[in-house]
Design a binder for this molecule. Sequence first.
Ligand SMILES: Nc1ncnc2c1ncn2[C@@H]1O[C@H](COP(=O)(O)OP(=O)(O)O)[C@@H](O)[C@H]1O
Ligand SMILES: [Mg+2]
Length: 307
Amino acid sequence: MDTVIRAEDLRKVYRGGTVAVDGVSFEVRRGEIFGILGPNGAGKTSTVEMLQGLRTRDAGRLDVLGLDPARDTARLRRRTGSQLQSSALPERLRVGEAVRLFARARRVAADVDATLDAWGLVELRRRAYGNLSGGQRQRLLLALALLGQPELVFLDELTTGLDPTARRDTWRLVRRVRDHGTTVVLVTHFMEEAEALCDRVAVVDRGRLVACDSPVALTAARGGPVRITFTADGHDPRHLLELAGVESVTVENGRATVHGRGGTAVPVAAALAARGAVPPDYRTTYPSLEDVFLALTGRALSEGEPS
Ligand SMILES: Nc1ncnc2c1ncn2[C@@H]1O[C@H](COP(=O)(O)OP(=O)(O)O)[C@@H](O)[C@H]1O
Ligand SMILES: [Mg+2]
């Protein structure tokens, strides 16, 4: 397997003594969307800034595309893309100009027309950055980050502040980036975003890595039981307890609730159907990364540090 980032025991302590990153290790594989998920203040931005050589690390070993970001910052910059903060562009800069300027600054040969076309920005070419919607801004920032088709791109809280539609549109674009072969490191505090987009996720809390795996593996191992509910009209569903993986069956007011390990939903449905029970409201709820975070830290993902 081709590893593009290897981080070992990364550490960042700010002046004043805040330990922002406290011995974090992980690997990012070529071609994946790798998520760094955690509440506000967890140390995500500090981590990706060290990966890009934008911030010095206080300890640890770091290999990014075979380079040390602290030493080979300029060389690394030519091979990676980075999303700008949305405040980084002047309000009056036009979309077409932004693409031209950034291509020149990054010294990459970029065809402005082709870039605008690829990102659906042709009609917005003369529009000032300040007059773009949130979703249009993110589209432009992504286009700029990906000028010259870098091998690796860093996206930090890309969809914060977007409405659900614009967020979903942005997710589609990020998948497209990955499908074109660019490895993506995506920082987010949105559990849904990590779940929807990431091939693997590093869950971080208070500067420490608490888990790292695919969303499916994380939720199966740490998320708690799968919950199935349905109306149990005229039939006692306790026979389901005989199925492997089913942990409990309760009935209240005619509604049955089954708890079980991952993978129990299909055998439970089959056992019901075999008895002629076809409830119209058979509903399965799988654990989410939010449940994983709660199980690992005892706190909700939305409870960041007080700001
Ligand atoms: N430049 C800085 N100086 C001092 N403390 C900082 C600085 N940047 C971040 N911090 C602190 O480091 C911790 C981690 O911050 P950050 O890496 O931005 O977390 P995240 O991106 O997960 O929200 C927080 O407690 C934050 O207040
Ligand atoms: Mg951050």
